[in-house]
Write a protein that binds this ligand. Structure first.
Ligand SMILES: *Cc1c(COP(=O)(O)O)cnc(C)c1O
Length: 302
């Protein structure tokens, strides 16, 4: 497993010239065709650890449209692990594009009721799962463990030293924690929670980062009503962004973050001369499933 490197591209546009700021995107979405963006970073050290422990089977958890489930299934196929995905909620047939993809990579699916899912990390539930699936290496939902944080520290390197602000969309906050840990003391890390009420993530991120000298800034108002909620304004933004910059954003994470950054730049929140770097954490596999759900609203991400 070689080191993961991705290019940085600077965006052009009147918005940036007028505000006197620079906005660049680090294209972690290009790291791998199927093991998308930050999910690859979070899995990398977990896979090495699983190999070291002699594990042949990975088990993890996720929602029915989860980028993490898709990533684990593809990583299992590529690196020779059997994979089990425990999905939140009931089985729905036909499988949505995410779960269809996962099973085609060889992932076996199990389902946990929403109730039981909230207890998924309890020893009793894990014991039951061991009875059913035999021994496995456990990867927590979203790859949210210390090895996941370690992988995300590598998002920053000498090429990112130049930026004052480093921005990332957050679910569990693991990726933001890795970035915060690796950031320099003159840098500010912006975390855009994809869920409503994301204020609680601040302490989570700081806990996971453990020790850090950079500043953390939570931007909690760009959730568009909650996790995986979208409206016409967001869909239009994503489509226009792609037209302007030839970069596809996803509707759950990176689309909301970029929308927020544009809003902040427009409102001159950042001092003139600021250099902003937004991490494109991938997640593009989720667009097909989102478009299926958007059809009845007459919307489409294209
Ligand atoms: C999972 C995911 C995130 C959130 O990452 P966390 O480490 O859980 O905060 C952000 N962006 C994309 C595209 C993702 O798939």
């Amino acid at each position: 497993m070689e080191n993961l490197q991705s290019p940085i591209v600077k965006l052009k546009g009147k918005l940036f010239d007028e505000a006197g700021v620079e906005l660049s995107i680090k294209r972690d979405d290009l790291l791998h065709t199927f093991i998308s963006g930050n999910k690859w970073r979070k899995l990398r050290y977990n896979l090495l650890q699983a190999k070291e422990e002699g594990a042949t089977r990975l088990l993890t958890f996720g929602g029915a449209y989860s980028n993490h489930i898709a990533a684990v299934s593809a990583a299992g196929k590529e690196f020779g692990f059997d994979t089990i995905g425990m999905i939140r909620g009931e089985e729905t047939l036909p499988l949505n594009p995410t779960l269809d993809f996962a099973t085609k990579q060889g992932m076996k699916l199990g389902y946990l009721s929403r109730e039981l899912y909230t207890y998924k990390n309890e020893p009793l539930v894990l014991e039951k799962l061991k009875e059913k699936w035999e021994d496995f290496y456990l990867i927590p939902e979203g790859g949210a463990n210390s090895l996941g944080v370690k992988g995300c520290e590598e998002i920053l390197d000498s090429e990112t030293d130049d930026y004052n602000f480093i921005s990332v969309a957050s679910g569990t906050g693991t990726t933001a924690a890795g970035i915060l840990k690796a950031a320099k003391d003159y840098q500010t890390v912006l975390s855009f929670p994809a869920l409503k009420g994301g204020e609680f993530l601040e302490t989570e991120i700081e806990k996971m980062a453990d020790s850090f000298s950079a500043r953390l800034w939570m931007l909690t108002k760009y959730h568009f009503g909650g996790y995986a909620k979208v409206n016409e304004e967001l869909v239009n933004f994503i489509n226009e962004f792609k037209q302007a910059h030839q970069i596809q954003l996803d509707p759950i994470y990176t689309g909301k973050m970029l929308y927020g950054l544009y809003d902040m730049i427009e409102n001159n929140v950042f001092p003139e001369g600021s250099k902003l770097l937004a991490i494109h954490t991938g997640g593009l596999q989720g667009i097909a499933g989102m478009n299926e759900r958007l059809k009845n609203k007459g919307l489409i991400i294209n």
